[in-house]
Design a protein around this ligand. Structure first.
Ligand SMILES: O=P(O)(O)OC[C@H]1O[C@H](O[C@H]2O[C@H](CO)[C@@H](O)[C@H](O)[C@H]2O)[C@H](O)[C@@H](O)[C@@H]1O
Length: 275
């Protein structure tokens, strides 16, 4: 099921992780990686078995985290049954500490700008564009009408230049966000500082930053092993898969791959799959 894309063999990656479990970590993107892609972002829940696998892994290694563009409150709701899983939302601009959402101090002052931007998007763009107002981020979805991609991209480029914002392209979505130096790569780099093994699972362009962060760390520290797992999909193309050590075909396969990891720990069986 897992396909090796590089010299690293899956069994080697697993045994090296088990051998250094106290200094190992697993990091997961959410949408398209451990959750299905759907028309309505609000209707998305993790694939069957994902929450249980992440919680199980969190008992076995130093840390497990979800690193997503979703708001931290959304992640908190979806992972309420996995209290040991760390949650980083809005590309690291939010995190959940002791059950409370904390927002990055540099990003927070941009809230009024981003709220106004969401209102402008709703009034200036065609009604078929779904405006997802995430308080500090505005996501403009054209999944319902893919032919609106050009109009959405032009509007975003214009607004980014006018307001000094950053653009992030994704799966039938363009996002505008404050110009703070946080992304999935900076989160993973910081969170894996004390680790010698770190796995990252992703499906989209923004996940490339996390893959790059692991590569960079490997280059600086020969004792460090990064493991990149891509969830293949036609929308992102093969760009991420080419950078990955292993690929799975769809989010529903991620828990199955995690079963292979979990069952390698002494005395462990994977959590039973509810699906
Ligand atoms: O970092 P992620 O957790 O992968 O979040 C990336 C974006 O995911 C969501 O959009 C994507 O999934 C939607 C639901 O399946 C789908 O309708 C949309 O076309 C995809 O782009 C989320 O709604 C965005 O806010 C995230 O930026």
């Amino acid at each position: 099921m897992a396909t090796s894309r590089a010299p690293l063999r899956f069994a080697e990656a697993v045994s090296a992780t088990v051998a250094e479990s106290a200094r190992s970590g697993f990091f997961f993107d959410f949408d398209g990686t451990i959750a299905p892609i759907m028309r309505d972002p609000g209707a998305v829940f993790p694939v069957p078995g994902a929450v249980e696998r992440l919680q199980e892994l969190a008992r076995l290694v130093d840390r497990v985290a979800v690193v997503s563009a979703r708001p931290a409150a959304f992640l908190s709701d979806r992972f309420s049954a996995a209290p040991h899983v760390r949650l980083f939302g809005l590309y690291g601009m939010q995190t959940v500490i002791d059950g409370r959402v904390r927002t990055d101090a540099e990003a927070e002052p941009w809230t009024p700008v981003m709220r106004r931007l969401a209102a402008e998007a709703a009034s200036e763009l065609p009604g078929e564009v779904l405006v997802e107002d995430k308080a500090l981020l505005v996501a403009l979805h054209y999944r319902a009408v893919p032919s609106l991609r050009g109009a959405v991209e032009r509007w975003c480029s214009h607004k980014a230049a006018e307001l000094g914002l950053r653009e992030q392209y994704g799966r039938m979505v363009v996002e505008l966000r404050p110009p703070v130096e946080l992304d999935k790569g900076t989160v993973v780099l910081r969170e894996s500082e004390t680790l010698t093994r770190a796995w990252y699972f992703g499906d989209d362009l923004s996940d490339g930053r996390a893959f790059d962060a692991l590569r960079g760390r490997e280059a600086r520290d020969p004792a460090f092993m990064g493991v990149r797992v891509a969830v293949a999909n036609g929308e992102t193309g093969d760009e991420l898969a080419r950078l990955a050590d292993f690929t799975v075909d769809r989010p529903e396969d991620t828990p199955t791959l995690l079963d292979q990891v979990i069952s390698a720990f002494p005395g462990r069986r994977a959590a039973s799959h509810p699906g």
